[in-house]
Each structure stands twice: as structure tokens, then as C-alpha cells.
Design a protein around this ligand. Structure first.
Ligand code: NAP
Length: 290
């Protein structure tokens, strides 16, 4: 098995972005800035937000952090987004998902001005991605494309299977893979697909984003497939200091005796997602400065 670790990929992107950011600021521009909104106390969400803040600090970006309690009203969050949409000192706005059940996630995302939607989830950005027009590409699929580039993984003419059709991972991933220049032939699976092996056995690239540990193992793919594991699942384990460990959606160990190339969890796709958010924020700052 070849381990597609992402630490070096992330470092390379970060180094390049730092050089671009320093030069942008040296030309007299304000540092790129990101506003992050977190509602509630979900442990994983707090970790993700903290990782985003740390990345901002390493790159010299400004960040504005907003915390709401679990029972915050939808209108309060919408009012903040309205304010951030027009603030000159804010380039990108990110609302950490998932939101508590009483808040309409779609309404919140749709309220973010498309030019500040650095997560790429608003209808304008999704539509532009679908049409192959310039847009903010959702961070996780964008990061996966970066992994392909770094490891020289060919997509042109390859058969790709995306397992999962969420708006934040599966759908945009499938759209990117089918774009001109990327040129994969794409199949997207969901919970009603039936026997997923019917599709994965023939695939050159499998991207698994289900949120279900063990969705696939080595018996699902041919011997030299590329497996991109997007899953981040907290598995309870009282023997560990944090009380849990992280597992992906693929059974990583099952691939050890194969010729497959597999991203690990942790140390894989997740590292890229944060860095792509930083890239999108830098892009937003560039657009504003023009
Ligand atoms: P989601 O919104 O829950 O969507 C999961 C998708 O997987 C759904 O489309 C579902 O199908 C499909 N699915 C679930 N079980 C399946 C199965 N057994 N066979 C086929 N399809 C199945 O999840 P998400 O937001 O896309 O996230 C997926 C995973 O990626 C989670 O573990 C999440 O934590 C992780 N994630 C990681 C990053 C990162 O940076 N590494 C970023 C985002 C998400 P239906 O539509 O039919 O229900």
C-alpha cells in the first residue's frame, strides 16, 4: 500500500500561500481576513474552528470570531451575517456546520454574500462550479484535487466513484472530477445504491465520504485503486486521553497488503480542507483589492 499522507502537501500549499500573502501585504494591502461563526458547543466543531484560527495566525490573516450559544435564534445569526456582508474589513465569512436543529442551515448559507462565501456553499458558487465558471470551490473537494496534483494521480479518462452525495463533499467532488481538464468518468453512490461493490470494483479512484466507518475495505476495490478517505469519525475509546480516536470511512488497515494508494485518517484530507479555506480567503482578499 502507498500511504497518501497529506502533511507535506499541506505544508507546500501553506508555504506558497504565505509567500503570496506576504507579498500582497507588502504592496500596501490589508491582510486577508476571515470571519468565523460558531453556534453551540459541539466538540468537533470547536476543534475545526480552532484549527482555522491557528491557520489564519500562521499565515498572517486577520480573523474575527463570533460565538453563539446552542439556543441562539436564527435571526441573531442572520443579523450578524448581514453586518459582515457589508463590512470592508471582512473578506470571507464562514459558518461552522452543522448548526443546531432549530436553525435553517440553508437560510443561513444563502444569506452569505457570494463574494464572501469562502466555503463555496451558496447557490451562486455551487451554480458557477456546475457551469465550470470561476467560483470559490468547496474546501474539501478542492483539497482532494490538490492531493491528486501533489501525488501526480491521473484523473483523465479514469473511472471515479464518489460514495456520498452531500452538498459539501460528494456533489462538488463529483462536479470537479467531471470538469473539462479533469475528465474522469464519475459515478456517485448513496444509501439506496444497493451493492456498492458493483461500482467500486471497476474504479480507478474511490472517494468515500459517508460518515460511516468501514463503508469500504480492500475487498471493494481492485488491487491498485486510489482511495481518498474523507470520513472523520470519533470512535469512543475510554482508554485514550481524549476518550476517542479518529477513524475514516474506509478500513485503512485492510489495504496494507494491496497495491492501493490510500489517504490516512488522521493526517489526510482534513489537513487540506483548512488550507483550502485559507486559499479561498486569500482569493477573496485579492478580488476586493482589485
Ligand atoms: P453527510 O452529509 O452525512 O452525507 C453522507 C452521504 O453519504 C449521504 O449522501 C449518504 O447517502 C451517503 N451514505 C451514507 N452511508 C452510505 C453507504 N453505506 N453507502 C452509500 N452511501 C452512503 O456527510 P458529509 O458532510 O458529506 O461528510 C461525510 C464524512 O466526511 C463525515 O465523516 C464527515 O465528518 C467527513 N468530512 C470530512 C471533512 C474533512 O475535511 N476531512 C470535511 C467534511 C466532511 P444519502 O444521501 O442516501 O443519505
Amino acid at each position: 500500500m502507498k500511504r497518501l499522507g497529506c502533511k507535506l502537501v499541506q505544508q507546500k500549499v501553506e508555504e506558497e500561500l504565505k509567500i503570496k500573502t506576504d507579498s500582497f501585504i507588502a504592496k500596501g494591502n490589508r491582510a486577508p481576513s476571515l470571519a468565523v461563526i460558531l453556534v453551540g458547543n459541539d466538540g468537533a466543531s470547536m476543534t475545526y474552528v480552532s484549527n482555522k484560527q491557528k491557520a489564519c495566525e500562521r499565515l498572517g490573516f486577520m480573523h474575527f470570531d463570533y460565538r453563539f450559544s446552542e439556543d441562539a435564534k436564527e435571526d441573531e445569526v442572520l443579523a450578524l451575517i448581514d453586518e459582515l456582508n457589508v463590512r470592508e474589513d471582512v473578506d470571507g465569512i464562514l459558518v461552522q456546520l452543522p448548526l443546531p436543529g432549530h436553525i435553517d442551515e440553508r437560510k443561513i448559507i444563502n444569506a452569505i454574500a457570494p463574494e464572501k462565501d469562502v466555503d463555496g456553499f451558496s447557490p451562486v458558487n455551487v451554480g458557477s462550479l456546475c457551469l465550470g465558471q470561476p467560483c470559490y470551490v468547496p474546501c474539501t473537494p478542492k483539497g482532494i484535487m490538490e492531493i491528486f496534483r501533489y501525488y501526480s494521480i491521473e484523473t483523465v479518462g479514469k473511472k471515479a466513484v464518489v460514495i456520498g452525495r452531500s452538498n459539501i463533499v460528494g456533489k462538488p467532488m463529483a462536479m470537479l472530477l467531471m470538469q473539462k481538464g479533469v475528465d474522469a468518468t464519475v459515478t456517485v453512490c448513496n444509501t439506496k445504491t444497493g451493492n456498492i461493490k458493483d461500482y467500486t470494483m471497476d474504479a480507478d479512484i474511490v472517494i468515500v465520504a459517508t460518515g460511516r466507518p468501514g463503508t469500504i475495505d480492500s475487498s471493494y476495490v481492485k488491487n491498485d485503486a486510489v482511495i481518498i478517505d474523507v470520513g472523520v469519525n470519533r470512535i469512543s475509546d475510554p482508554s485514550r486521553e481524549k476518550g476517542f480516536y479518529l477513524s475514516g470511512d474506509a478500513d485503512y488497515d485492510s489495504f496494507r497488503e494491496t497495491e492501493c494508494s490510500v489517504t490516512p485518517v488522521p493526517g489526510g484530507v482534513g489537513l487540506m480542507t483548512v488550507m483550502m479555506l485559507m486559499e479561498n480567503t486569500y482569493e477573496a482578499a485579492l478580488r476586493r483589492a482589485k
